[in-house]
Design a protein around this ligand. Structure first.
Ligand code: AMP
Length: 194
């Protein structure tokens, strides 16, 4: 499965909760990149300019990171991708990666939140977490990129009939309950697990 939504929609928090609840591994490309930056690895040195500018890391680097991560044992039973794919080229690459193992995407969870609320949340997060990409200009740029680059991924998932769109306004618990309800409705056979 994957979870998507604009920056500040709470997808990271919800991905962690879903991971604990369903017992599946989260693969967050943003976290992977931030870890590399923190540990000053060669990849970290390459991606830091893109993160700080709120730009997408080039597909070649991002796809390589995901391909290597999805080859590890802990994701054999399934995984929840957080923050990938961010554009339709990455979606095409993900299809290739999954098809090589005889798999495909089961569901794409989408959290929708209006832009004004997102900017408010992200500026608040900036004061708490001090992420270098949480300044107002960069936030607006990341939102634009989301609308132009990532919304087409949601549209493609919708055409495939795997998009589960959930209202991302409300408390963390409310949103989590909505996500579980959407999953139960789509996968009645797996409902016991949710
Ligand atoms: P996130 O934590 O998902 O908001 O990601 C933080 C930053 O990491 C983004 O603004 C991008 O610079 C980079 N990033 C994360 N995922 C991707 C991706 N799938 N493609 C390109 N860049 C990404």
């Amino acid at each position: 499965m994957l979870i998507m939504g604009p920056p500040g929609c709470g997808k990271g928090t919800q991905a962690e909760r879903l991971s604990r609840h369903l017992g599946i591994t989260v693969v967050s490309t943003g976290e992977v990149f931030r870890d590399h930056v923190k540990n000053r690895t060669p990849l970290g040195r390459e991606v830091i300019v893109h993160l700080d500018a709120g730009d997408l890391v080039p597909d070649t680097l991002t796809n390589r990171v995901v391909r290597e991560r999805l080859d590890q044992d802990d994701v054999r039973g399934g995984f929840l991708l957080d923050g990938y794919p961010r554009n339709t080229a990455q979606l095409a690459e993900l299809d290739v990666i999954l098809a090589a193992n005889g798999h495909g995407l089961d569901a794409a969870l989408e959290l929708s939140v209006d832009d004004a609320e997102l900017v408010r949340r992200l500026l608040h997060r900036a004061t708490l977490a001090g992420r270098s990409d949480d300044t107002e200009d960069v936030i607006r740029h990341r939102l634009e990129l989301y609308h132009h680059e990532t919304e087409p991924v949601a549209a493609a998932c919708s055409r495939r009939g795997i998009l589960l769109s959930v209202d991302g306004m409300g408390s963390e618990d409310q949103i989590f309950d909505r996500l579980l309800a959407a999953l139960r409705a789509s996968f009645p056979d797996a409902a016991a697990a949710t």
